[in-house]
Design a protein around this ligand. Structure first.
Ligand code: VGL
Ligand code: ZN
Length: 203
């Protein structure tokens, strides 16, 4: 992306064809949770502001959730990289307290089988078809974590042909290796994601 494009943002107006995707803002990914992401709780008020913008315009909001069985392959007991987290039906798998999930939100659960992981909200959920059925062309994506499920979801959204905006102030990274989050943001932008903040749409 050129310096010119960065310094001359296109004015942003939300309207028909736009949808919001909130990725995995679940208790286990918040500080103190089983797989707590530093600063993960800070995305909640920013996402609530985005949710309000979308709700006010009658635009669809989608929530993904990590929804694993207790013996999931990604857990350390089975040689996976993660501590047990987001076990379906447990308190840790609930959406963050204070996240304003609308009553009519479309919720997609992912990585629900024991033997496969799925970082992307598009993987095995029918999300791309759902968005097309609702005539969505542009997707705004925020949530947790930047370097795993947000990254995979944004890259899939782009591959599925959606104009994709990453909500830069509404994501946080696991950062297993320092810089993972920043590298993920760079990779998403390289593939065509537009990096946005709440201020830009409120202005
Ligand atoms: C995630 C690690 C393991 C995520 C899910 O939502 O980013 N990260 N499972
Ligand atoms: Zn997981």
């Amino acid at each position: 992306m050129s310096a010119h494009a960065d310094s001359m943002p296109v004015p942003l107006h939300l309207g028909t064809g736009d949808a919001l995707l909130v990725v995995d803002v679940q208790c286990d990914f918040l500080p103190g949770g089983a797989l707590g992401v530093a600063g993960g709780d800070a995305v909640v008020p920013v996402l609530n502001a985005w949710l309000q913008l979308f709700a006010a315009r009658g635009l669809p909001c989608v929530f993904s959730r990590d929804w694993h069985p207790a013996d999931h392959v990604s857990f350390a007991a089975r040689g996976g990289p993660w501590p047990p987290h987001c076990v379906a039906g447990t308190p840790g798998a609930e959406f963050a307290v204070g996240l304003d999930v609308p009553a009519d939100a479309h919720v997609v659960s992912k990585a629900t089988g024991a033997d496969a992981d799925a970082y992307s909200a598009f993987q095995g959920t029918g999300l791309a078809d759902w968005l097309r059925r609702h005539d969505i062309r542009r997707l705004f994506v925020g949530g947790l974590a930047t370097d795993y499920c947000v990254r995979a979801s944004v890259l899939d959204a782009l591959a599925e042909g959606f104009d994709t905006c990453l909500l830069g102030d509404a994501v946080r990274a696991v950062d297993v290796t320092p810089g993972d989050g920043e590298r993920a943001i760079a990779a998403m932008r390289e593939r065509g994601a537009r990096l946005l903040t709440l201020q830009e749409v409120q202005a």
